[in-house]
Design a binder for this molecule. Structure first.
Ligand code: PGA
Length: 247
């Protein structure tokens, strides 16, 4: 059995004090969750939110990590810098980073390997654009993202994968439960071929893209879907309802 994992992706929202207030309000609401609960916060919020989540079941995540251990990379943040504050998860290769910040399968791969080497759990995002889906290219794009982005990974089960169809992110347009399940099933099949069948069965794969308090239950009832990466709905107390999808 794969333990579900629901992660909030705050993106560039919430100052440190706003983030602390949100987390403090969420703590009692999510304390009995039957899943792993994570908030991935802006880097500058990390110290304050790290304090706020102490002693709770909320785990801390970042939204990016650099692949070098240290050095002349102005504006970047290393895995050790995150670790020192108790960060356990890091989103890598989010479509917004691929679209606006020059992230490629190659840099996703380097960041993922660096995060794993430091003992962080990467939440690696993959998914197709609307054009690609409509052009019948979904599987081809996912194949490429897996073959290039996951190169050299020794233990696939140390990752969390987020399948985020780009056309469903922030658009209010969710993939149907069946669409999401089918595509995640395809990802698992590709992982079984590329890595091994047993690790493909063990690795947790989230759905992401306009997931919210209303549709979480249906998505989570699908056999291939092990959790969610939640953007907009993670900025409100609705996040607790997503976390408590089974209640
Ligand atoms: P959304 O974002 O839930 O606002 O669609 C999801 C994500 O981009 O991770």
């Amino acid at each position: 059995m794969r333990r579900p994992i629901i992660a909030g992706n705050w993106k560039m929202n919430n100052t440190a004090s706003e983030g602390v207030a949100l987390v403090n309000a969420l703590k009692p609401l999510v304390k009995d969750a039957n899943c792993d609960v994570v908030v991935c916060v802006p880097a500058i919020d990390i110290p304050a939110v790290a304090e706020a989540v102490k002693g709770s079941n909320i785990r801390l995540g970042a939204q990016n990590v650099h692949f070098a251990e240290k050095g002349a990379y102005t504006g970047e943040i290393s895995a050790q810098m995150l670790k020192e504050y108790g960060v356990e998860y890091v989103i890598i290769g989010h479509s917004e980073r691929r679209q606006y910040f020059g992230e490629t399968d190659e840099t996703v791969n380097k960041r993922t390997l660096a995060a794993l080497a430091a003992g962080l759990t990467p939440i690696v995002c993959i998914g197709e654009t609307l054009e690609e889906r409509e052009g019948g290219l979904t599987e081809k794009v996912l194949d490429r993202q897996i073959e290039e982005g996951f190169k050299g990974i020794e233990d696939l089960t140390k990752l969390v994968i987020a399948y985020e169809p780009v056309w469903a992110i922030g658009t209010g347009r969710t993939a149907t439960d069946e669409q999401a399940n089918e595509t995640i099933g395809y990802i698992r099949k590709k992982l079984a071929e590329t890595f091994c069948p047993v690790c493909a069965q063990k690795v947790r794969i989230q759905y992401g893209g306009s997931m919210n308090a209303k549709n979480a239950k249906g998505l989570m009832a699908q056999p291939e879907i092990d959790g969610g990466l939640i953007g907009g709905a993670s900025l409100k107390l609705d996040f607790a309802q997503v976390v408590n999808f089974d209640k």
